[in-house]
Design a protein around this ligand. Structure first.
Ligand SMILES: Nc1ncnc2c1ncn2[C@@H]1O[C@H](COP(=O)(O)OP(=O)(O)OP(=O)(O)O)[C@@H](O)[C@H]1O
Ligand SMILES: O=P(O)(O)OC[C@H]1O[C@H](OP(=O)(O)OP(=O)(O)O)[C@H](O)[C@@H]1O
Ligand SMILES: [Mg+2]
Length: 287
């Protein structure tokens, strides 16, 4: 067997670290994790993990020091336009937005012309402003950006927004959403063909985990008279499984459904007489 290993960068600590390790674990990849180690290997998958600062990862990918990484799309947009985004991983969802003091009357982006904007995302802001034909002075800071208007450092800010509570606490309001982001699997343009084979195996596993996370297995009892209507609401992987119940005139229907779709159709299912609806998690889903 080849000794080749795929090298993946995972955030050392911060918002992405825990969910990144969790998705690898759910994909059946065990990583022995000495807390202080910056490098670790998997026992059961040809993977080497490097724990790095999120902001440094685009450069490591570009140089081919790591083959793949779990990173926020926002960082790739800011610093890694040349890097391939593969799977969206469904966690660390946020947006990168412009915000101004609540007291400021804001009509549109023209209100920021000639103003000072504090941000850790200068390339993203510049590209956005350029597209809108606006010029502003950027004040680049690495953290606590939201405090800038309160201390007279800037008129507006551009930073990550999720719940909006940091903006609220700093008396700011979100006025423009520049981009939406979530964690993604990013791929180095320099990855070798041997490692690409390992990457394909990793992507297959991640997709199975992601499919399972967004789907549910449902079982319900349905009156035979309304079976056709109920089945139309429940497409399933190929089609639902229908089994007769011991009680005449009733069937048991089993299927897989996207969780959001389940909540959309639940009232209709009940209206067609579906009973005893059970919803179960799916561990892995190979399509
Ligand atoms: N409040 C939030 N809600 C959801 N996702 C977020 C939030 N803040 C940041 N993120 C996402 O998580 C990523 C990592 O954020 P975090 O604050 O942990 O690291 P950082 O300080 O930007 O980077 P570094 O690892 O270089 O110190 C961001 O790039 C973004 O994609
Ligand atoms: O809309 P909210 O839910 O309030 O989240 C947004 C905040 O979260 C991030 O900061 P973080 O907590 O990661 O601190 P950091 O500046 O130390 O990275 C981001 O920089 C915002 O300040
Ligand atoms: Mg942060």
């Amino acid at each position: 067997m080849s000794k080749e290993k795929l090298r993946i960068a995972v955030q050392k600590s911060g918002r992405l670290n825990e969910d990144s390790l969790k998705i690898l674990k759910d994909a059946g990849i065990s990583i022995d994790n000495g807390k202080e180690q910056l490098k670790a290997s998997s026992r059961n998958f040809p993977l080497e993990v490097l724990y790095l600062r999120n902001g440094d990862i685009p450069q490591y990918l570009r140089d081919g020091v790591v083959d793949v990484a779990i990173i926020g799309e926002n960082v790739l947009i800011e610093k890694g336009q040349d890097i391939i985004h593969a799977e969206k991983l469904g966690f660390s969802k946020c947006r990168v937005s412009l915000a101004v003091p609540k007291s400021l009357k804001y009509t549109d982006i023209n209100d920021l012309d000639g103003k000072k904007i504090a941000t850790s995302y200068p390339n993203t802001v510049n590209a956005f402003l350029e597209k809108k034909g606006i010029s502003a002075e950027l004040h680049i800071i690495n953290g606590s950006v939201e405090i800038a208007p309160n201390i007279g450092l800037a008129d507006a800010i551009c930073d990550i927004v999720s719940s909006g509570s940091t903006l609220f606490k700093n008396n700011l309001k979100e006025v423009e959403v520049m981009l939406k982001s979530e964690a993604v699997l990013a791929i180095s343009p320099k990855i070798s063909s041997d490692r690409k084979e390992i990457l394909e195996k990793l992507q297959f596993r991640l997709k199975s985990v992601l499919n399972a996370r967004t789907s549910k297995y449902i079982l319900l009892n349905a009156p035979n008279a309304r079976l056709d209507d109920i089945i139309k609401l429940l497409p399933g992987m190929r089609s639902p499984t229908v089994l007769p119940l011991a009680e005449e005139g009733w069937s048991s229907v089993h299927t897989v459904i996207n969780e959001e779709r389940f909540w959309e159709v639940i009232d209709e299912l009940k209206a067609y007489g579906a009973e005893g609806i059970l919803v179960a998690p799916i561990e892995k889903m190979v399509i």
